[in-house]
Design a protein around this ligand. Sequence first.
Ligand code: SAM
Length: 289
Amino acid sequence: MKNEGFTYSETLDILKRHNITPRKGLGQNFLTDKNILSKIIDAAELEADDQVLEIGPGIGTLTRELALKSGRVVCVEIDDRLIPVLQDTTSCFSNITVVCGDILKLDLSQLYRKHFQDGRIKVVANLPYYITSPIVMKLLEEEIPLKSIIIMVQKEVARRMAASPGNKEYGALSVAVQFYSNPEMIASVPPTVFIPPPKVSSAVVRLDIKESPGYRVKDTSLMFSIVKAAFGKRRKTLLNALVGVRGLENKETVREVLESCGIEPERRGETLSVQDFCRLADCVSASDH
Ligand code: SAM
């Protein structure tokens, strides 16, 4: 497979040359398989004028291929030891901007305004697994115009993103991902293609962001407080789990609202569809006024 990615031995050489030992605590598992790299790139369906945000470029293997196929790449890397490596490996590209920082602490709107031109951008990344969910939630909830998110994640997280109600993998992440996007599993990835190999299997997923909301809800933040409460106390019935959410100060109110929207108070959060959560949030909003 011909592309800009680094092979296993090239990756080892680069790490050695720059005296870098991968940091487990930063989720550093460097991709060394050109075939998997091509699958990520194909899934991103890049055009010459696309603008791409990459999270955690590492030594730049994915970054270089993104720069070759798109108009502009902005990448955010937390580990300052990797900045000189990236300067070295991406020096022949003029459309890459490297930002040294923590993606979870950055103001994404500011980053967008500073580095991108108007229009929806694509996020493409081999994510650090220790913070996959917070990164995905941040990307979905912060108001930056996104077209799609193509990411390598743990296989188990990929399953959670696409899980349906009633399934044991269905949770707050499933609701958020399916509220904002259409998730699709692209490829399974074994641990052996990374240096060092992670303990778990991985998967590439694509989230196509809905241009107009697929679900209608009056107060999105209220809906997500309900979702968080419902799954935060997973084993509890909705009647017990939702007490304390804005507008649901005590059990009586919770019971009244659930009954008013036709949801049995004894049900558990994991049985509610995204549509049910939206309907419930609208009933809470209606009972509040
Ligand atoms: N993209 C490279 C590849 O595919 O080989 C590296 C992927 S590695 C799984 C994850 C990368 O994310 C590492 O380079 C790590 O330093 C970086 N990283 C970890 N936490 C981060 C954070 N909070 N913000 C930005 N980058 C982070």
